[in-house]
Design a protein around this ligand. Structure first.
Ligand SMILES: Cc1cc2nc3c(=O)[nH]c(=O)nc-3n(C[C@H](O)[C@H](O)[C@H](O)COP(=O)(O)O)c2cc1C
Length: 329
């Protein structure tokens, strides 16, 4: 179990906030597959203040996905405080502050990873949000803005001093984007000095990587991003491995069932029409690297409604079943 402030989380695995991905249907699915905590995609504090319709939609949540962390980004302490309050009102169990996004649109406003260049602003934001919200508060940081000035240790300390209940570290610099490798040793250094839980993040690809990160760094929890978008089963697989059980790859019928479950959530929460088009992208992700997936991709682009989705999938999985049978024979 992982404890963040007053919030108890049933295991040590957290789904990373991911813009365009960790929407309500995706969160519901990975909670069902073993993620102990899920996080919204980053939500603009200013967008909430302005009551923009699309931004407010990001706050939509349902009891089945809880506990839920809502991640907010911004650079104005009072606006961040207001946004946190709105998120709690909408059902957030944890507020997470984004201090790691390297995208220009965000850093250009002084938000995201740009905060790592302005430690006074970090103090103001963390204390303003701490004062405004009644739920546990976490911060998600990178190693720093650029290798010339690593600040993770300092920022983790500041966040703790100003009231954060946990810190997540993705140990790359903002200038690196997603290049190079995440420097897990920095997670260990932050953990050694911190009095609050530390979540490690970055480059978990296989289930064994999560156990390895925990062992090497002593971190309290592991946050998983990109790997879960291709293999949402990774949470279950890590938990199996942690218990010393054999790790199972999902079979074809489980893959199909999961895709349909995801589709079900998407059509429930986004509407049938949007769901079919949204599914096209997801199907490409979920079948990447599988036999016959190139041809399947071509067919995916022709899917226009639920009936063609189901029949294209059935054809593909039938074909895959035959290939597997052939392999076993
Ligand atoms: C498509 C995409 C969207 C992301 N969106 C967010 C976001 O909204 N907030 C955030 O803090 N990090 C975001 N990240 C970073 C991830 O949360 C995570 O820190 C990063 O992917 C490293 O973890 P991984 O190696 O397990 O993927 C995003 C990453 C990707 C690839």
């Amino acid at each position: 179990m992982l404890r963040i402030g007053t919030q108890k989380i049933e295991n040590w695995l957290v789904m990373a906030p991911m813009a365009g991905i960790t929407n309500l249907p995706f969160r519901l699915m990975v909670r069902g597959l073993g993620a102990g905590l899920v996080t919204t995609e980053m939500v603009s504090a200013m967008g909430l203040k302005m009551r923009q319709k699309k931004t407010l939609e990001y706050l939509r949540s349902v009891p089945d996905e809880r506990p839920l962390a809502v991640q907010i980004f911004g650079s104005v302490p009072s606006v961040m405080a207001l946004a946190a309050d709105m998120a709690v009102e909408a059902g957030a169990d944890i507020i997470d502050i984004n201090m790691g996004c390297p995208v220009k649109k965000v850093t250009g406003t002084g938000a995201g990873a740009s905060l790592l260049r302005d430690l006074d602003k970090i103090k103001e934001i963390v204390s303003a949000v701490r004062t405004a919200c009644t739920v546990p508060l976490t911060v998600k940081i990178r190693a720093g803005w650029s290798p010339e000035k690593p600040v993770a240790l300092e920022v983790a300390r500041l966040a703790e001093d100003y009231g954060a209940d946990a810190v997540t570290l993705h140990p790359r610099f903002a200038t690196q984007g997603y290049g190079g490798r995440a420097d897990w040793s920095l997670i260990g250094e932050v953990k050694e000095r911190a009095g609050i839980p530390v979540l490690g993040n970055g480059d978990i690809i296989h289930p064994s990587d999560a156990l390895e990160m925990k062992k090497r760094t002593g971190c309290d929890g592991v946050m998983i991003g990109r790997a879960a978008t291709r293999n949402p089963w990774i949470f279950k697989q890590i938990l199996q491995m942690d218990k010393g059980e054999p790790v199972r790859e999902p079979d074809l019928s489980e893959r199909r069932a999961l895709i349909m479950e995801h589709y079900g959530y998407i059509s429930q929460y986004m509407g049938e029409h949007r769901a079919v088009f949204y599914m096209r992208g997801l199907l490409i992700r979920y079948t990447k690297g599988l036999a016959g997936s190139c041809l399947f991709r071509e067919k995916i682009t022709k899917i226009r409604d639920r009936a063609s989705l189901v029949s294209t999938m059935d054809d593909y999985f039938h074909q895959m079943g035959a290939i597997e049978k052939g392999r076993r024979a």
